[in-house]
Each structure stands twice: as structure tokens, then as C-alpha cells.
Design a binder for this molecule. Sequence first.
Ligand SMILES: [Zn+2]
Length: 113
Amino acid sequence: MIEASCHCGAIRFTVEAAPTEVNDCGCSICRRYGTLWAYYEPNEVRFAAESGPTDVYMWGERRLELHRCRTCGCVTHWRARDPNSTRMGVNARMMPPEVAASAVMLRNGLPIR
Ligand SMILES: [Zn+2]
């Protein structure tokens, strides 16, 4: 099991399996945030019950919610607004550094190493 948290610890979540790939998305928002996405099914990501509230940013067609910690500002995850979506992204930078370091690094979905 992999534990992840924002800098202040208000937002905590776990995933059962380490990501095999992490994606450095170059879209207009992700390149600014510097996020490194690991993709999971929503039911594979368990948020701690005591996790604090997040602030949400949406843009464009507003299909995705980008969540960040209200206290420290770390971008923790995104969710599709469609409740039937089978995919969400968690920011692998919230995981221990060795987790992302042992995954295949993708840029815009393509391997770079
Ligand atoms: Zn925080």
C-alpha cells in the first residue's frame, strides 16, 4: 500500500498498488502545476476519513475537477465530474519520492526514458 499526503497533511489518501507509470502532462494547467499524474479507478483511491476539504478548479468544458488542499495549496488529485467515469488522477508527487522514481515516466502519455 502506498500512502500519500499533501504538505500539511490535511489531505491523505492511499492506493493499494504503486503506479507503474506516471505522466507529466503538458496541458495548459498541468504544466503550470507541475503535477505528475498516476491514474486509478476512483474506487482504488481511499481518502482518509479525517481528510480536510479541498478547493476545486475547473476550466474549459469543466469535465474535470482539480483538487487542492485549502491549507497548503498542494494539488492532490483530479476527478471527472461524470460519476460514471472509471478514471481519476492522483498527483504522484504526494507519494514518497521513490514511488514515482521507480515508475516509467511519461510525458504527455509517451515514455521518455
Ligand atoms: Zn495541505
